[in-house]
Design a binder for this molecule. Structure first.
Ligand code: GUN
Length: 284
């Protein structure tokens, strides 16, 4: 078998096109464009690239972006009072604080300070709690983007064996909740999982979000599986590689995401969807 590509770049571009038209309709009817505030603290190289992509996508869709580039030494109070101001700003529908944050800043405190109706990352306990209850409001971007990719295959997810490798708050845990909501039978693997190859081999839907290059061998993949690789790692040769050995996995999977060009663009497009949803459904 040679896997079909799950072309995140193309699907994300289609989503952005739809958002662009919706923003134009709003403007034509005299309603302001949605607004997204993006806060970057310090000079993390990967974060700078992610934030640049998010800002570019805002420009392309007509979403207003308000960018805050804070020094790495910023005090917790300064960051929290900026969030307080943005929480009250009627031009701002979404607030995103790019992670990771420097050590003097308490990440949980920052996430909890963002008003849940502006938490377009979907990281606030309110939004994760709503997702866990099966009544989501703002859903974390990467897992929501992965669900869009899975839906694009046309495969019925109900009853499928889904295995999530990685249990982070940002991807693994909300991903498991999304798959549960889609009525998959869900297994979550993490650092203490005893026999990872055995778990992976059961997966009809495999989502890998660890950040460990080539952790998942092609020979572990169940024939016919859908494989979604959330990992983006810099190989010593300079190339970007995922958490899955792509070429080998292609010989067994039915569907697979490339790295880059799979999940990454979907996260950005979904952030814009969440910002538009916040503007339309929560801030009318
Ligand atoms: N760092 C890595 N991924 C993300 C994300 O989706 N949102 C934010 N805020 N920071 C991140």
């Amino acid at each position: 078998m040679t896997a079909q590509l799950l072309d995140g770049k193309a699907i994300a571009s289609h989503i952005q096109q739809t958002i662009r038209l919706r923003v134009q309709e709003r403007l034509a009817s005299g309603v302001r464009a949605p607004g997204l505030a993006v806060i970057l603290v310090g000079r993390d190289a990967a974060s700078e690239i992610y934030v640049r992509n998010k800002r570019r996508a805002c420009l392309e869709t007509g979403i207003n972006s308000f960018f805050y580039d804070l020094p790495a030494q910023v005090s917790p109070d300064e960051l929290l009072s900026l969030i307080d101001r943005l929480n009250e700003d009627p031009m701002v529908d979404g607030i995103l604080v790019q992670q990771p944050l420097p050590p003097q800043i308490d990440q949980e405190q920052v996430v909890e300070r963002i008003r849940p109706d502006k938490d377009v990352d979907g990281f606030h306990a309110y939004n994760l709690g709503r997702l866990a209850l099966g009544i989501p409001v703002l859903r974390p971007c990467t897992p929501r983007g992965v669900m869009t990719l899975l839906e694009s295959t046309g495969v019925v997810l109900r009853g499928q064996e889904a295995v999530v490798v990685g249990a982070s708050n940002v991807v693994g845990k909300p991903m498991a909740l999304e798959l549960l909501r889609a009525e998959c039978t869900v297994t979550v693997c993490h650092i203490a999982t005893r026999d990872l190859p055995e778990q992976v081999a059961r997966a009809e839907v495999l989502i890998v979000a660890v950040g460990h290059p080539h952790l998942i061998q092609g020979s572990w993949i169940r024939p016919g599986a859908i494989v979604v690789d959330v990992g983006i790692n810099r190989h010593p040769n300079g190339r970007l590689v995922g958490d899955v050995v792509f070429e080998a996995a292609c010989t067994r999977a039915a569907w697979i995401t490339p790295v880059p060009g799979g999940v990454g663009p979907m996260t950005v497009a979904t952030l814009l969807s969440n910002t538009l949803d916040a503007a339309e459904q929560l801030h009318r």
